[in-house]
Design a protein around this ligand. Structure first.
Ligand SMILES: Nc1nc2c(ncn2[C@@H]2O[C@H](COP(=O)(O)OP(=O)(O)OP(=O)(O)O)[C@@H](O)[C@H]2O)c(=O)[nH]1
Length: 431
């Protein structure tokens, strides 16, 4: 079991050996005012206890609102003292009670005896990760598979079919360079011959895997850092908070102490959502009142995490469109202020990308990379999108590490990125 956990941690986070599970970190319920904090203290902010949720992912979704970026408050507001929620016990989902058996009506003589009740249906077998990934990517792979069928059925591999196939790949967002590389590889030794769909899929998977293998890297958490600071950035609704919750769950399961900083100070719902994840995973949550300065919050959270010897501090940030310069400047400020407290931080800057966005994701990588020094990517919402190919285009163009992919809203719907699995799933290969 211990071995299995070690292996799981390395798969997720790479680097240092995990340590055995520890008791919950003890956090001071009310921290002392921070002398070095950018602005002094007005009134203390009472943070409401987060509601206990049996199914936080569902609840969280219910509270998510559309962000009006224009509603962004001026960043230079006076800061309230940080309210720290001590790590609560992990909330176990309530088991759903089995329905009471319905008593069969007794035969009365007027009516026939009821037929024997049908046996309870077998529970659906649990899908393994590859099956879930494949199901999640099915819209992407079906689009490509349909293209393969329509291009290659009863046709020889010639210049026209290759051009048509290249179009299919470009439409699937794989990008010009990769599409050209795939058709080139397909051509070799097969030009002028008939070709089966399975062979096309195999070549496709191989070429996609070649592009993805160099970027499939685990997120390395440095155990020497106390804390290792992970800043999570991205456009509105791309899955920052959800990804933080899922990662917190993995880290906590490995016995790491985790603190979450609710740096999306624009939206009450975002703060509540993070608190629910804190409750669910047993991570402490640092929050402030809505409209507080996000940089000040990050600064104070880092100070608190240092004082507590917390292993990992994950800082959520407000969603922002990459072309909003004033909001991007605010993100720069968050990083500047973090560096005042620890010049080596943030140690990881994760950009979450919504796979359903398609081509715009390329620009997000470009601009967030420049402004925030992105060190790695998390692609979310690969379930149910026909645009999963964009990951390949991003890998080919930027070569940034891809750490994780998300294929659902649940706590377990995040996995380390595996190039081969992804390549086979998008090519529609069975297993
Ligand atoms: N289907 C699916 N939904 C996801 C995934 N990741 C996140 N979501 C959902 O996407 C929605 C937005 O996720 P959040 O985590 O709130 O996104 P955010 O980037 O923090 O949002 P802002 O704070 O508004 O910028 C929520 O409903 C999540 O449950 C995923 O991998 N698949």
């Amino acid at each position: 079991m211990a071995e299995e956990k070690k292996g799981l941690f390395r798969r997720f986070f790479g680097g240092g050996a995990p340590k055995p599970a520890e008791p919950e970190p003890e956090l001071a319920p009310t921290p002392e005012p921070v002398a070095e904090a950018p602005v002094a203290t007005p009134e203390p902010v009472a943070v409401e206890p987060a509601p206990v949720a049996a199914s936080p992912a569902i609840e969280a979704e219910a509270t998510v609102e559309v962000i009006e970026e224009e509603a962004a408050p001026a960043p230079a507001e006076p800061e309230a003292p940080v309210a720290i929620e001590p790590a609560p016990p992990v909330v176990e989902a309530e088991p759903i009670p089995a329905p009471a058996p319905v008593e069969a009506p007794r035969p009365t003589g007027f009516f026939a005896a009821p037929a024997a009740p049908a046996p309870a249906p077998e529970p659906a077998p649990k899908q393994n990760w590859f099956q879930r990934l494949k199901a999640g990517l099915s819209r992407s792979s079906n689009a490509i598979s349909d293209g393969i069928v329509s291009v290659f059925t009863k046709r020889k591999l010639d210049a026209d079919t290759l051009e048509d196939f290249e179009d299919v790949l470009i439409q699937a967002d794989l990008g010009l360079t990769t599409a050209a590389a795939i058709t080139e590889a397909l051509k070799k030794g097969r030009f002028g011959k008939e070709i089966e769909g399975d062979e096309v899929r195999a070549v496709l998977a191989e070429e996609v895997s070649k592009v993805l293998a160099p970027v499939a890297k685990p997120l390395v958490i440095d155990p020497a850092r106390k804390p290792h600071v992970v800043l999570v950035v991205g456009v509105n609704g791309t899955g920052k908070t959800t990804t933080i919750g899922k990662l917190a769950s993995k880290l906590r399961a490995d016995g790491r102490s985790v603190m979450l900083a609710a740096g999306d100070t624009f939206r009450a719902a975002a703060v509540e959502q993070l608190k629910i994840w804190g409750q669910r995973t047993g991570a402490a949550v640092v929050a402030r009142s809505i409209g507080a300065d996000a940089a000040g919050l990050a600064f104070d959270a880092l100070k608190e995490a240092q004082a507590n010897g917390t292993d990992v501090l994950m800082i959520d940030t407000a969603g922002r469109l990459q072309n909003r310069t004033e909001l991007m400047a605010e993100l720069e400020k968050v990083i500047r202020v973090i560096k005042k407290q620890d010049p080596t931080a943030p140690h990881s800057v994760l950009l979450t990308l919504d796979a359903t966005t398609g081509q715009n994701a390329l620009q997000q990588v470009e601009i967030f990379g420049r402004v925030a020094g992105v060190t790695g990517l998390v692609m979310t919402k690969l379930d149910g999108t026909a645009r999963g190919g964009i990951l390949v285009a991003i890998a080919a163009k930027y070569g940034l590490p891809i750490h994780f992919i998300g294929v659902g809203e649940g706590i377990n719907d995040l996995e380390p990125f595996a190039a081969d699995d992804f390549a086979r799933a998008i090519a529609g290969i069975a297993a």
